[in-house]
Design a protein around this ligand. Structure first.
Ligand code: SAH
Length: 254
């Protein structure tokens, strides 16, 4: 088989956050299968004649079935084409990259991957937010609040861990999430930042505390895609200082 599939991470949306390798690989591909969190500006880098197919499947929206996308990738590769499966962020962080790689490899389709900046880490440079500030956190955990089988991360363990927690896919059930976290040992006063379209031109963000998170999100009108950053480190974010100044309880703790 001369064809091949590249799983390409496109970063959080801003075309300038693509890696040079991602750009080179994308420009070598005949077919792009593009997820809907991929920044539209990135499409301008396709070489003329590239077949671009949008196969986004945002939670709750009408979507292209995963099985169809898998078969499409294999079919093009068997025709000798080079296929880019272009994903927002990193293909292996809540991106099914592992499943897709395994499925293709089992069928003898050559696969390689290029990493991208995952949304949960893009918040750090976007806001000057030190996710692993050495006086406040022992590390950072990337978690999802939305799972196919309804299970949750071990919130109790995370509450006791002194890790900064970055939560993906948490916006649709923000009330439930905040309640669950508080019931599991996260402090009601814990500083939280919600960042919509982190690292992109349309970035918007708020700061809050766990107790008022759901109400503050509603008031702000922020929606998905957004990541929720929970931890004392939020108080150290340079770009959040003006917002923190309007939020006295947080400043008192900082
Ligand atoms: N593979 C992607 C994650 C896909 S899961 C990555 O590595 O970033 C989809 C979730 O990612 C969204 O619900 C949201 O929580 C988050 N997300 C994706 N892009 C984002 C962005 N630019 N800003 C904030 N959150 C984003």
């Amino acid at each position: 088989m001369n064809g091949k599939v590249w799983l390409v991470g496109a970063g959080p949306g801003d075309a300038e956050l693509l890696t040079l390798k991602a750009l080179r690989v994308l420009q070598s591909c005949d077919v792009w299968l593009v997820d809907d969190l991929v920044g539209r500006d990135i499409l301008a880098f396709a070489r003329p004649g590239t077949r671009i197919m949008h196969v986004g499947k945002r939670g709750g929206c009408k979507s292209t079935p995963q099985a169809f996308i898998l078969r499409l990738m294999a079919r093009y590769a068997r025709q000798g084409r080079t296929v880019a499966r272009v994903k927002g962020g990193d293909p292996f962080i809540f991106g099914r990259g592992g499943e897709e790689w395994a499925w293709l490899a089992e069928r003898g389709v050559p696969v390689e991957a290029v990493g991208g900046i995952t949304a949960g880490l893009a918040v750090a440079p976007a806001l000057g937010l030190p996710l692993t500030h050495r006086n406040m956190a022992r590390g950072v955990a990337l978690v999802t609040a939305h799972t196919t089988d309804g299970t949750r991360p071990d919130w109790h363990a995370l509450a006791a861990s002194r890790l900064t927690v970055v939560c993906y896919m948490g916006m649709s059930h923000i009330d439930e999430l905040a309640d669950e976290l508080m019931a599991s040992g996260f402090a009601a006063e814990l500083p939280v930042a919600v960042v919509h379209r982190a690292g992109c031109a349309g970035q918007r963000h708020i700061v809050s505390r766990l107790q008022t998170l759901a109400a503050d999100v509603r008031r702000s009108g922020l929606s998905s895609p957004a990541v929720i950053v929970l931890g004392e480190v939020v108080t150290q974010a340079c770009a959040l200082q003006p917002l923190l100044a309007q939020c006295p309880p947080l400043l008192a703790r900082g």
